[in-house]
Design a protein around this ligand. Sequence first.
Ligand SMILES: [Mn+2]
Length: 447
Amino acid sequence: MRKLMTAFVLLGVSVAAGAERQPEEVYRARREALAQKAAGGVVLLVAPGERDAVDVLFGFRQDPNFFYLTGWTEPGAALLMVPATGGAGADGRPARPYTEIFFLPARNPSLEAWHGRRLGPDDPDARRRTGVERVEVIDTLRAELQGVFAEGGTLLTDTRPEAPAAAQIDWLRRAQAFPYYHTIADVRPLIAELRVIKDQGELALLQRSVDATIDAHLEAMRAVRPTLSEREVHGLMLSAMMRHEGCQRPGYGPIVAAGANSTVLHYKESTGVLHDGDVIKLDVGAECSGYVADITRTLPINGRFTSRQREIYDIVLGAQEAAIAAYEPGKSTIGRHAPHSLYRVAYEYIERHGLERYFIHGLSHYTGLNVHDPGDTTQPLQPGMVFTIEPGIYIPEERIGVRIEDMFYIAPDGALVNMSRRLPKRIEDVEQIMGEAARERTKATGR
Ligand SMILES: [Mn+2]
């Protein structure tokens, strides 16, 4: 832990009681990189409102793109990035430098009574805390846009109809009838190009989520036994991950699936009970400081795999190892149909064992602020990319579903690094941990 803390200090990640922010200059550099990609377009990002992204258990979750560019975790904000215009031309109009404006809702004491203190645009430390030079009240956003688009231009924003930006720019869409021409384009692909490469601070935050998730899986490995319910196992895993500082919530709907449920890829009910002789599939990950880990293990409920379960398990593990061994820096991809695909390697391994019709999903996805992080999966893996390798075989007629999922990153020298290697997965290691835990339980209860 001390080593990890040292790493955080070195990387400038400030460790607070809650979520951590990276240094201001990191977010500013991301905004500037996005402004480059926007090539003269105006960028508008809008955070969800107080009620739009609230989980009853875990509270408000910031929009990942908004968080990536600002580190801001409060609701209702907006960010406007306006490109520079050239020097005074023949018409005498003044040049405008590149401008960033951060918009905040006006403070609302009655809302704060319910949700707590929020930063307001008039707070003296608004600029310091947002990291943006100009902070305005969000009511002025429309007037600001009207000024910027007085002569048309391109607005880059989240164009999904359900995105918070939609309400803010509805009038602009309708204003298409005005004489000056403007276009609205999707900003998300440009941000995805940035997000797919993680910086050192992000890798440290992701490692922290992975470490919390590993502890959750170890907790389950020691606890799993017949008669427990799926929900109890899930509760134990949640408790273990929440012990880690900065861990806020599960990274995604946890899959805790025993027996026949293990053959359902995204089983979410957790209503089952653990039976002697079955396996349990645990696809559970933590979100810490916004970054999500995604790890899966499959355990024998009574502590010992049957010979058939072993057979399937070792094929899944062999497929994962084959994909890892096949990795080539600057060449391998994770896309299902991409050239030099690691998926292909894993698929062919399972095919050689005659079970390919039971491997029915992809092998990998990027991971970051989203469990399925955006990014082009046909491009060769590059330093800073973080992704899963997760083959699986699901045989409903035998009640056996096995998935093994680890998280990896590509180091600066191109090496493939397993971020979750501390979590055992070889059959003998898993059985040993489960056996020791069972013996300790017997000793403790005298039974
Ligand atoms: Mn996954």
